[in-house]
Design a protein. Sequence first.
Lengths: 195, 593
Amino acid sequence: MSLDKVYNVLIVGVGGQGIILASDVLGRVAARRGYDVKKNEIHGMAQRGGSVSSHVRFGKKVSSPIIKMGEADVLVSFEQIETLRYFPFLSKEGQVILNDQRILPPAVFTGLQDYPAGIIEKVKEKAPRSVIVNGTEVANKIGNSRVINVILLGVLSNYLDIPVETYEEVLKESLKPKLLDINLKAFNEGRSLAS
Amino acid sequence: MKELLSGNEAIARGAYEYGVRLASAYPGTPSTEILEYIGDRYPEIKAGWAPNEKVALEVAAGAAYGGARALAAMKHVGLNVAADPFMTLSYTGVNGGLVIVVCDDPEMHSSQNEQDTRNYAKFGKTPCLEPSDSQEAKDLIGEALKISEKFDTPVIFRSTTRVSHSMSLVETGSRTEGAVELGLKKDPVKFVMLPAMARKKHPWVEQRMKDLAEFAETFQYNIITEGSKSLGIIASGIAYQYAREALPEASFLKLGMVWPLPEKLIRKFAASVDRLVVIEELDPFFEEAIRLMGIQVEGKSLTGLCGELSVEKIEIALKGKSSAESIGSIDVELPMRPPNLCPGCPHRATFTALKKHKLYVAGDIGCYTLGALPPLGMLDNCLCMGAGIGIAAGLARSLGDLAKGKAVAVIGDSTFYHSGMTPLLELAYNGGAATIVIMDNSTTAMTGAQHHPGTGYTLREDQTITADMEKLCESFGFKRIRKVNPYKVKELQQVLSEELNADEPSVIIAKAPCALLKTGRILPDKPLSINPENCTGCKSCINTGCPALEYVKEERTVKGKKFKGYSRINASLCVGCNTCFEVCKFNAIEEAS
């Protein structure tokens, strides 16, 4: 990884999907590798099922905690619609990691609007190298539906030049002991998915 | 080793390291976590939730009067509530250091307005410091306390959402106690603001501001970074970080003390550059002050008055375009994803009952403000904390028959203790046929479930008194007080009918714990299901807005009749609150098998 470049990872989805934990771990991982790190997300109303975005930036020196439009190296999206909402944040050569889950927004579950069709195809058309993850299926295989966030972190780790051990160290420090094994398994499962 | 801390964590850490003995706050995004971190991590600090920000500041002032270092924390609009003690604290001064942490919310991510707190520093004649990252957030708490003690003044510490909720690296240290001797010090000339004393204090305050302005000239957090002579930027807080990234070649004067301003330093900086631009969020606070100095400066004509700044806004304003090249957008009409009341929320049940009557509902601030959104659409106004009751009283009395049976206010329990008690007393005292619905969910829900005087627990989860809302209403003189379980929607509708028809003020307490609370749970946590044989697709359940329900568009024939669709319950989200069951006229909703 270049020393002067600032790396920009945007993680998006819906309140309650575990986005903040994933971005916390990534931020600590980057700090452990000696990078300057800034991370931002909006709390508050977003917790009530609203759209959530978490910005993680790291490099030699980082000023703004917010990724600007067109600057994200990686967009990790936990939900299909949210991928499109934040898509313009991605740089021209940016990488998409998309969890194919659909969470219905109010206008859809009340029958006023349809859930947009063909999102994955449209994303692939514009960003052909996109990685599509069936997080729910992988999580169910591991045996815990709440580890989708760490599976996606594992996928993401393939696109950042940081040793696996650093992620494992930080996961050990961030999680309760009884949740550690399943999350390490989730991370490694995710890591093996992208290649 | 450096730690990755949010701005709010760093403020709490600063309170610990710089010897704060007492901290008080009322929750409010983006400030809430400051007291939570202090409560969780630093037992050396006496800390607790106050019923509102005015009380929080008064409690902190008491500690400071006694020589203790103290901190009060609030969101920007909280300082409006605390403005009364704040304005005269400037006159009494302090004794131990007193820092008032005020978190602004440019862009109104979770707020009703985007007022700029720097104006309060000027208005109240106090200094104001502003950090641009977490390290400075920690350090400037220490500086604020020192300045407070040295100049005998409360100090405003202004943060913004992006500083409070961004994480960056912080070098931590150990705790040092404040140097002021603790004790009950009698000094009426200093502390008793009778007119004769206050008249002497005003010129003292004016001199103090001159001394502070002189101090600001050499304050180590007002820093010039030399760059190109062609462009000089004056900025503070998060706007500095954005500008630094957007304009790396420019010269910078970064202000860590945003009031009073260092005039000589600003003149020196202005003289060293060809073009001077202020980059600041919200009001033209620096810009106007600098223009008053007779210095030519640009600012708001480039960046605008409303909302947050960003790196690209600054690039576009000063360089014509953003330096990043986006992949572009994908052209699909996207449904919005606004925040919503949770599955099983008792407020949804209450609003559903209210919806059956033709009402004008005055509201205020809390999760229940979300009741304004479709499909509930039940709030007709939201002004500020506690406002709904007074507004309903004003409508009921001024409009008479026009508002008869229609003037309702809704208020949450935390908001009731914050600022609902005095307007309720006004209603009892002056009368008016308004119906007040207290939606008691036993927590301060919107900010993430903080305790308050009605929950029985303190910030640190210690057991304490439980204020009795019903007895309070009784003691105010209300003759009509009804208590209901909001999940019994039909029963609540009946109670509402009776109370709306009454010729005097009445209170309905709709009590059920927040659906996210683990304690005191009354929800069955067993999902309901819909029998498609009975569902006609009438959408009565859908119109409660519950995220556990879904309307499926699918033409079908049931018992010989054609329907366009039907409702379905997502078992993984449903907690069995029964609100949909209560509104279903076709017996389609039943316990999941």
